[in-house]
Design a protein. Structure first.
Length: 141
């Protein structure tokens, strides 16, 4: 992924540049997987950025509203977030250990066009997750 200026990105969406906002963007931009709030808070602590849970939730909501983050739900009772600037991809979730693997190279675009044509709708986005056992967990069976 191409490096960008998080400060400029916040300015473009009319958000004030704060250490917590920059920290959250940095944590998510450099993560290989979508993170939950607890993991984001750990990332902020590692950067020595003090922020309470309410502030983190407020920032996540505002960054999501502005299109900088994508909320993702894997039916585990919590939201995860990922940086919206990542290339389009899906996720594989191991049902035994919880490992998340990005699946790149979405080839579902033709199906979207077919749905639009046959149903008379306009597909704006889609969500597709794969669940099963990762290679490590398969080897333990």
């Amino acid at each position: 992924m191409q490096q960008h200026d998080c400060k400029e990105e916040l300015h473009k969406v009319d958000l004030k540049v704060t250490p917590a906002r920059l920290g959250i963007l940095s944590v998510l931009e450099h993560s290989d997987i979508p993170l939950d709030v607890a993991s984001i808070e750990i990332g902020l602590k590692k950067q020595k950025i003090k922020s309470d849970k309410v502030t983190v939730f407020r920032i996540l909501n505002s960054l999501t509203d502005k299109g900088l983050l994508k909320p993702i739900q894997f039916n585990e009772g919590k939201l995860r977030y990922e940086y919206a600037g990542k290339p389009k991809h899906h996720h594989f979730i191991c049902e035994r250990c919880g490992k998340i693997i990005d699946i790149m190279g979405c080839t579902i675009h033709q199906l979207e066009r077919d749905i639009e044509k046959t149903k008379g709708v306009r597909v704006m986005r889609h969500s597709l997750e794969f669940f099963g056992l990762c290679a490590d967990c398969q080897n333990k069976i």
